[in-house]
Write a protein that binds this ligand. Structure first.
Ligand code: UN1
Length: 508
């Protein structure tokens, strides 16, 4: 890191330098692909250089990974849990510099950067417990002297392709579970957050090395769509977990399905908050602020639509506009900043283009709507009054843009909530038990995440995370998501000397 980049000294604490090999292949750091530069979204200046993977690096990595898989699946699950426990401890020791790096390279504010690393630590704890609970079941057989049972076995290799907005937590959701389930992991991080990919991998690699395990159990690449496509096409990878846009996710799904592989998809969201007539307005306003402005609107769980009951419309809006005025825009590493930059200059251009489209479709800017006149990718937090039927409302614009609209009845609000192609997260503000249970029931929200009196974002890892419809249907992190990382064998054992057949069939 050059002298121009003062303040980046902490990067050496997590094994980074001014030029980094970006690929962990067969337990060694390599790079024969293009040299890329990674930038600070605050000023678009270079932080460091990274050498990405060539297709040959990929091939070498996958061979080693497949070989290492034979060792790893035979390690007893609770022992695999012990390795994940050590990864959690290593993360605890580096929580601050890693969180700082997330903030520096991605652009989210420090509290959220640290929160993201904490999310992986939580996942490690969850996975350690899980490593003693990968239980199958015993099923009564209809035949005498027969027993049926379910065995859960590892899949082999799990491919994980992650996005820039959660450059390491989403790896954590997948990798912690995949590892305790007995799988090797092949990770491709986002092309614009390679330092995070490298720092995370270094930490995992050290734990594997300390325990005399093959480094190839965790294989990682920095690179773009060429490596992503190689993963999607690779028959050695039975499960590909992909996080990104609905458009690219669909392509990944088709490629993986065409070779009979499985996918786990976390795609676009278009999340609404509904504020009912009996809502606690203050609670709602604070929640909307975090959900719509947090991470500069670049979470898949960001609130993009605010549905206000006609009786609270005039109460909520002024309070919300007032809180938007107090949002401090600035360097995400500086104390007090609430809104950092968008991730790249392209993100900023997309925001500007998006605003033009919104205006052309009848959107009325209540606040914001412009990029900020300064270096870097800063834009204003924006609130737009618009009809729920406008075309732009159906799409995910990845920035701090909130559409606000009015409704009369609960049924109308649910219909608007469910009227978009995406189905990730949703939340209602009310105190009425009847409304709460209708909201979470069959005629309520059609999303994967259905909240009450909290924001749409900031999910805990203990639940299954994911959404329906164009969001892709995947469920990651907690609950019983682990089952997707294993194959289920239904085993019927005959311990007698006769051969009774099921369904009472007498065959000769
Ligand atoms: C994402 O934006 O891809 O619920 C993940 C949340 C976070 C994860 C977001 N725990 O907002």
């Amino acid at each position: 890191m050059g002298s121009a980049n003062k303040g980046y000294e902490f990067l050496s604490e997590i094994g980074l330098s001014s030029k980094n090999l970006g690929n962990y292949v067969g337990g060694k750091w390599k790079g024969n692909g293009p040299v890329v530069s990674t930038q600070n979204p605050v000023n678009n200046q270079q932080i460091a250089e990274v050498v990405e993977a060539s297709i040959e690096d990929y091939e070498e990595g996958l061979k080693a990974c497949a070989e290492a898989g034979k060792t790893w699946m035979q390690v007893p699950a609770p022992k695999r849990g012990e390795i994940v426990r050590q990864i959690g401890d290593a993360l605890r020791a580096k929580l601050d510099p890693l969180g700082r790096l997330v903030s520096l390279e991605m652009g989210k504010i420090l509290a959220e950067g640290i929160g993201e690393v904490q999310e992986i630590i939580d996942m490690c704890d969850f996975a350690v417990g899980l490593s003693r609970q990968l239980n199958g079941s015993v099923i009564p057989s209809e035949r005498p002297n027969h027993m049926m049972l379910e065995m859960w076995n590892p899949l082999g290799i799990v491919g994980v392709i992650t996005a820039f907005n959660f450059p390491c937590a989403v790896l954590g959701w997948n990798a912690c579970i995949a590892l305790v389930c007995g799988n090797c992991v092949v990770w491709k991080g986002a092309p614009t957050t390679p330092l995070i990919t490298i720092a995370m991998t270094k930490l995992v690699a050290e734990v594997l090395e300390k325990n005399n395990l093959p480094g190839a159990i965790f294989t990682a690449f920095c690179g773009g769509s060429e490596i992503g496509q190689a993963i999607a096409k690779d028959t050695r990878i039975p499960l590909v977990s992909f996080t990104g846009s609905s458009k690219v996710g669909l392509e990944v799904q088709q490629t993986v399905n065409a070779r009979s592989g499985k996918t786990l998809l976390e795609l676009s969201g278009n999340n609404a908050i509904i504020v009912m007539d009996d809502a606690d307005i203050q609670l709602a306003v604070r929640s909307v602020l975090f959900a719509a402005v947090g991470t500069a609107g670049q979470r898949c769980t960001t609130c993009r639509r605010l549905l206000l009951h006609e009786s609270v419309y005039e109460k909520v809006l002024p309070q919300l506009l007032d809180s938007y005025k107090q949002v401090k825009i600035g360097d995400p590493l500086e104390k007090g900043t609430l809104l950092g930059p968008l991730h790249t200059p392209e993100s900023k251009k997309n925001f500007e283009k998006g605003i033009e489209i919104i205006k052309s479709q009848g959107g009325k800017m209540l606040t914001g709507g412009k990029s900020v006149e300064r270096e870097g990718n800063f834009v204003e937090p924006t609130i737009v009054e618009i009809s729920p039927d406008a075309g732009c409302v159906k799409e995910e614009l990845f920035g701090p843009v909130l559409y606000v609209m009015r409704f009369k009845t609960f049924e109308e609000a649910v219909a608007i909530n469910n009227s978009v192609p995406q189905g990730l997260s949703s939340s209602i503000f009310t105190r009425r038990p009847e409304t709460i249970f209708k909201w979470i029931g069959p005629l309520g929200s059609d999303c994967g995440i259905v909240n009450v009196n909290i924001p749409t974002n900031g999910a805990e890892i203990g639940g299954a995370f994911g959404g329906e419809k164009a969001t892709g249907g995947g469920r990651e992190a907690g609950s019983d998501s682990w089952k997707q990382y294993m194959r289920r064998s239904t085993c019927t054992v005959n311990y007698g000397n006769e051969l009774p057949l099921a369904q009472g069939i007498n065959f000769g």
